[in-house]
Ligand binder design. Sequence first.
Ligand SMILES: Nc1ncnc2c1ncn2[C@@H]1O[C@H](COP(=O)(O)OP(=O)(O)OP(=O)(O)O)[C@@H](O)[C@H]1O
Ligand SMILES: [Mg+2]
Length: 659
Amino acid sequence: MLLKSIHLENIRSYLDEKIEFPSGSTLLSGDVGCGKSTILLAMDFALFGLRKGELEGTDLLRHGKNNGSVEIAFEVEGNKIVLMRTLKRSKASVTQDSGIISINGREQELMPVELKSKILELFGYPQEVLKKNRPLFRYTVYTPQEKMKDILFDSESRLETLRKIFSVDKYGQIKNNAKLFMSELRSMKRENEAFTRDLEQKMSEKEERETEKERLMILLDKYIIEISGIDAVISEKQSTFDSLKKKMNEMYALKRKMAGIESELKIKAGRLPRIEKDINEVDDKISSLSVSDEVMDAVALHEEIKDLEQKKEKAVSEHAVVSSEQLRLESVLRNGICSFCNQRVTDPADFRKHLDEKNRICEELKKNMGFASVKITLLKERLQAAEKIGHEKKLLQEYVTRKNQLEAESNSLAADIVALRSELDSLTNQAGNEEELEKSYNSLQDEINTINRSRNETEKSKSRCEQQLYDIDRFLRSVEREIAEKRAAKEKIIYLNELINWFDVYFIPLMDIIERHVMAALQQVFNEFFQKWFSILMGEQFSVRVDENFSPMIEQNGYITEYTNLSGGEKTAVALAYRLALNKVINSMIDMIKTRDLLILDEPTDGFSSEQLDRIRDVIAELGLKQIILVSHESKIDTFVDNVIKIYKEDHISKVVYN
Ligand SMILES: Nc1ncnc2c1ncn2[C@@H]1O[C@H](COP(=O)(O)OP(=O)(O)OP(=O)(O)O)[C@@H](O)[C@H]1O
Ligand SMILES: [Mg+2]
């Protein structure tokens, strides 16, 4: 970091003033109260903002002004940074507003806290000390005039800060974490101990169940053998039973068949007398028929009757014709006039002759007709008789056939009856003793039922036994899992014990040792620088070092001298040497810090003799920094530095003059 300029508006004794800082060594010189320290306070404010109890707004804002600001320009590793913060007076206090930071021309408005962390980041201060930022800046770059002696005496805060800066604190933190971790481990151990307390009990429960399991396995085997024995007996009995059942079924079938035959026999036996009765009736009918041997041809008779009837009809019609001619001739003869020509009959004899002829024909036709009628009647009687004989012959024939049928049926029925009786006899023999068969069937059935019941009982016992075995197995699986977990927990307890012991005996003491060693190394380096700077300032008449709290120890002429007993110049020399030693130790041991090029010392020579003042030249040369800003009203120092900025105050307003 190199400071370039600072612009103050309404800050303490300043109204509006810009101070440019060259590189090399620069002295801010001026009378008491001219405004030197104000420049440095303004820089502190610009960089880190207001801090309650340390840098209040009222310490900075010029009396009578309501607003003020500081703008600081500096370079960090080639980056040009401009930072401005403002102050505002309210009724009760003076507060800071948001500020503006410009990095290489890129402006950003940030809240005070954000600005501060941005600056710390730019300065490369370690994260661990971000919260305690100012000490690092104070120990290395700038300590306000009146705070110089605080560093020497506030051993607690200084030690804490140094431990943080040099990461020594982490050993304490590691130790605390280790202790926390140990208490976690102990609570884990206690949990595991509680968990494993019943391991023995679980193991004996497991043993008990295993013995019970063995007993049940033997019992189960016994049941299995018993059941298979019963099954063999059942299967044997069952096959006997099945064959008995088959026989029973066969017997029942025979019985059904026999019943069928018996009913058929009954029907047939009942039918036989009826057939015999029918035969007798037919015999009676046959004997009642007196069939003559005369053979009469009914068809020829029929033909003859038909022929005679035709002839008779012809004679009747001829008779009608002749009768009508007879009547006409009688009329002609009676009237004497021809009925055809209405002529008078001239020849009645001829007519009479005709009439006689006609009478004769008529008589002959009448005779023929009577003869034919008689013959027809006779023939019809004969035909009737012929037809009756034919009918009775037919009836006889039928009766004979019927009788023959009945006799055949009767014979067949008799034969059937004989056959059925013999079949029935044979079936009755075959059927054997039904009662015996049923008895042994039922008794075997009872026997099988009894055996089945006993099998069911054994099966139930077997199932109970299997259920018990299943429950035991389940229990064993769960208890084995538990035992395994508890054994693992036991192992874990051993491991936890080892771990706790390792932390207790090795790790935590080791952290103490490391911490002591690191602090001792730091102390040694610090002492070397402290003694070096003090020697430059005071010569070899004093020996200085720091104790384990980094409190200064001063030895003069073999005696430890209290700081308070030193002279003013000696006190200033101790404070300056301490401050420079701090600067060197921190800058040389923490690489990331980017503020090591700048050192600001406000009145470092208070109470110095002229000879001591001369040594400041050596200090500046020895420091060899790119930028040193010294504040002093010692005019002698003007000659030691590269640049002098003169400050004077006029009418309560500070002004700057460059030489
Ligand atoms: N709020 C303020 N308003 C106006 N002036 C103030 C205010 N606070 C302090 N001052 C004055 O500003 C002046 C400059 O003070 P400063 O501390 O900068 O002086 P100095 O040059 O460092 O003096 P010394 O050499 O004694 O250290 C002093 O006169 C001081 O009284
Ligand atoms: Mg001052």
